[in-house]
Design a protein around this ligand. Structure first.
Ligand code: HEC
Length: 112
């Protein structure tokens, strides 16, 4: 019985957190950067070695980036960049992804 109550409680928490994700970005920009720097998901994507779960992580990450404002720079240019990343990831388009994931180009414009 105790076990069952516990799983009900866990299910409730899960529902609440899924709901919160609708309103709040799932990741901060810095967290998404870790997908590049630490997990090398950008390299995996370009090599075609990325898993389905990792691709979903990038989709969620780029969506979250687009929901936030960059530390500096034009918001419209930012949205264009995050949208391009999102689209290339969803399409599995390596060429477009390679262009959109240009670290220096985005940092020069938007990194605080
Ligand atoms: C679409 C824009 C964009 C692209 C592309 C991008 N970055 Fe970033 N990056 C940012 C922004 C904006 C910040 C600053 C985030 C902040 O201060 O909240 C940042 C910060 C960082 C940081 C510092 C994170 C920290 O904790 O302070 C690292 C490391 C980083 N990026 C790595 C990379 C690498 C590696 C690539 C390329 C593979 C890359 N980024 C591509 C926008 C981008």
């Amino acid at each position: 019985m105790k076990r069952m109550l516990l799983s009900v409680a866990v299910a409730c928490i899960a529902v609440v957190s899924v709901h919160a994700a609708d309103e709040k970005p799932k990741y901060t920009i810095k967290q998404v950067m870790k997908f590049f720097k630490e997990e090398k998901l950008n390299e995996k994507f370009l090599k075609g070695e990325i898993s389905k779960e990792e691709t979903q992580k990038l989709v969620d990450g780029f969506t979250a980036m687009g929901q936030q404002k960059p530390p500096k720079g034009d918001e419209k240019a930012w949205k264009e960049k995050t949208d391009a990343l999102l689209k290339a990831t969803k399409d599995g388009n390596k060429e477009a992804f390679g262009k959109a994931v240009n670290c220096g180009a985005c940092h020069g414009m938007h990194k605080g």
